[in-house]
Ligand binder design. Structure first.
Ligand code: ADP
Ligand code: MG
Length: 632
């Protein structure tokens, strides 16, 4: 047997590095967080070979005082907290004091820094040998810090073997930069790879500059199809919560969960509770197997979250997870239900113009902000009040007069108005319409195409509706509303079904007896480790009840809530709606078509069918003009 001995400093740090330093991306995360903690307003990142060969991060933050240099690279040394209480109201991203020690143990690390008020021109520090002794030499450096990490894992071949291709490693690294860039709009970031500029993000403090950054980081397509949301819960509640940010319309879903950013008090978080709340909010509008896209910020009293749950701090624990879950779910659920013709709609735009989320536009070529692009956007009350369509006066006058788009709108709106006037003369039978505002968002039906689409005219131009998809959603929402009004009809099982579960599950079922009863299910304890299902909603009589109950209990234990029973009933209603809806190839009369359009305007979530496909689209006069090269 070997004798007990102390690990060398380097070896101890290497072991700790196992948790924090997985790949170049994790180095960048730690180093950038340090720059942000140091109050930097500009951070330049230079990497070579996916970050394996070199990661160099330069910031203009507070710098490190010469005397502190040796400690910066020592484990369990930090300037950020000094007592356990500090953790409660943490304002910094780091606090464990082990990132630099870990990184230094598995790479060639140099710190160069110049702190204000120390009278030094700058000094550099590197650590060497088994005990990682710090060697210090003078090195000129402007105010701030440069961290240079070379040859990552050069001394830990086992780790090196897990690295992927340069491209993959760089993608991970870039993702880290994007996340941090979305968490701090007020800081300028630049990223270069192998000498090539990848990102140049200017600092911004106002709304518009934030939107510009989101559009740059997440792609203009996301911004074009995102709703801006903002909700606050304060006052009587035990503590305040604020959720704001952008959520992709259901029709902008992704095949992977790769455009999902969630920040809690400015910290990038991947959290099961939050993921579940968001997923639940999209349940009814997303195509099966698709993932929503979002950039969301949750602000909460720091004392209500524990960030010290995981070494990389990607997870948090909420003191009152259930109410955070509910708040996120209900905010998003509400916002998504509002997505229907007239409250939110998306128009095709000139390629260089990206909606900023509130009716203003960003010109991606010049970075210029346009006050009015002549389109409605978002669930803002103003847009809703105008029936989702821009008021005529606004269109021509407030669009940037010199821009091509501005001139376009003016011309097109005049044309649109003339057309509409002519149209009204032809259709005097229509309910008295005397001003543009009275034209409903989806306009009036003109014709049916191939028994599949309805063509309609509204103030903006042509509306195309997939009549089966639209009717399916209307029927489905109707069935759900009827169920909610009349209550869920349930029926006793001829043979009550026993389900073997754990003691904890029996207890949880008891605690949520109300939930089950409300949903038409009666579930009783039948022993210490057994439940019995006695009554179920009529709709669910043919379902796998045991599986459903188990899944619901699992949700309740993990998230404190479950929507599975509703979800399951909804699925069945959705199938019924599909069968009961107008099939393609049925001729509709003009009044029938108009009735369908009006129903769509009234129906929640009617922008997508039950499967998340869009139900309608708008072809504006300007797009039609473009097709015919008019007004060029
Ligand atoms: P932690 O961030 O948890 O404190 P680190 O190992 O990441 O631990 O950093 C150790 C210390 O080094 C920090 O507490 C901070 O004082 C100092 N430091 C690291 N990077 C920078 C930087 N870019 N600017 C100023 N100080 C820094
Ligand atoms: Mg740190």
């Amino acid at each position: 047997m070997s004798r007990i001995h102390r690990l060398s400093t380097r070896l101890a740090n290497q072991i700790a590095a196992g948790e924090v330093v997985e790949r170049p991306a994790s180095v960048v995360k730690e180093v950038l967080e340090n720059s942000l903690d140091a109050g930097a307003s500009r951070i330049d990142i230079d990497v070579e070979s996916g970050g394996v060969k070199l990661i160099r991060v330069r910031d203009n933050g507070d710098g490190i005082a010469p005397d502190d240099m040796p400690l910066a690279m020592a484990r369990h040394a930090t300037s950020k907290i000094s007592s356990l209480e500090d953790l409660e109201a943490l304002g910094s991203l780091g606090f464990r004091g082990e990132a630099l020690a870990s990184i230094g143990s598995v790479s060639r690390l140099t710190l160069t820094s110049n702190a204000a008020g120390t009278g030094s021109e700058g000094i550099a520090a590197a650590c060497e040998g088994r005990e990682m002794d710090v060697v210090i030499r003078p090195a000129p450096h402007p105010r701030g810090t440069t961290v240079e990490v070379r040859d990552l894992f050069f001394n830990t071949p086992a780790r090196r073997k897990f690295l992927r291709t340069e491209k993959t490693e760089f993608n991970h690294l870039e993702e880290v930069v994007k996340r941090l860039a979305l968490s701090r709009f007020d800081v300028a970031f630049s990223l270069r790879h192998n000498g090539r500029a990848i990102h140049q993000l200017k600092a911004g403090t106002d709304e518009l500059e934030r939107r510009r950054r989101v559009a740059t980081v997440c792609g203009p397509a996301f911004m074009e199809q995102a709703l801006y949301i903002e909700n606050e819960r304060g006052g009587e509640a035990a503590y305040g919560l604020r959720l704001w940010g952008w959520v992709g319309l259901p029709t902008f879903s992704r095949s992977q969960a790769d455009l999902q950013y969630f920040f809690v008090n400015g910290r990038v978080i991947r959290d099961k509770l939050i993921a579940h709340a968001v997923k639940q909010a999209y349940r009814d509008v997303l195509y099966h197997g698709r993932h929503p896209a979002f950039v969301l910020y949750l602000d909460v009293d720091p004392a209500q979250v524990d960030v010290n749950v995981h070494p990389t701090k990607h997870e948090v624990r909420f003191r009152d997870g259930r109410s955070v879950h509910n708040f996120i779910f209900s905010t998003l659920h509400r916002a998504l239900a509002e997505v229907r013709p007239g409250t939110a709609h998306v128009e095709q735009l000139p390629d260089n113009l990206v909606p900023a989320g509130d009716g203003t536009m960003i010109d991606t070529r010049t970075g210029e902000i346009r006050e009015q692009g002549g389109l409605s956007w978002g669930v803002q009350p103003s847009a809703a009040a105008a029936g989702g369509l821009p008021a005529e006066g606004q269109r021509g006058t407030s669009a940037a007069p010199s821009g091509a788009y501005g001139r376009y709108s003016e011309a097109s709106s005049a044309a649109g108005q003339a057309q509409l006037a002519a149209y009204r003369q032809l259709h005097q039978a229509l309910p008295g319409q005397d001003s543009e505002e009275d034209v409903p968002p989806l306009g009036y039906a003109l014709a049916q195409l191939k028994g599949i689409y309805i063509l309609a005219e509204n103030a903006a131009g042509l509306v195309l509706v997939d009549m089966h998809a639209a009717h399916e959603r209307i029927t489905y929402e109707g069935l759900k509303a009827a169920r909610d009004q009349q209550g869920i009809r349930s029926q006793p099982l001829l043979v009550p079904q026993p389900v073997a579960v754990s003691q904890r599950e029996v207890q949880v079922a008891g605690e949520h007896a109300d939930l089950f009863r409300r949903l038409g299910m009666s579930v009783d304890a039948a022993g210490e480790e057994s439940l019995v299902i006695r009554e179920v909603p009529v709709l669910l009589r043919d379902s796998n009840l045991e599986q459903l109950l188990r899944d619901v209990l699992a949700d309740l234990i993990e998230f404190g809530s479950s929507e599975r029973i509703e979800a399951h009933m909804d699925e069945i209603l959705s199938t019924m709606a599909c069968h009961g809806s107008v099939r393609a190839n049925r001729r509709l009369t003009v009044p029938e078509m108009n009735a369908l359009l009006r129903d769509m305007e009234e129906t929640e979530r009617s922008g997508q069918c039950n499967h998340g496909r869009p139900t309608w689209t708008q072809l504006g006069i300007d797009e039609l003009d473009k097709l015919f090269l008019r007004g060029r």
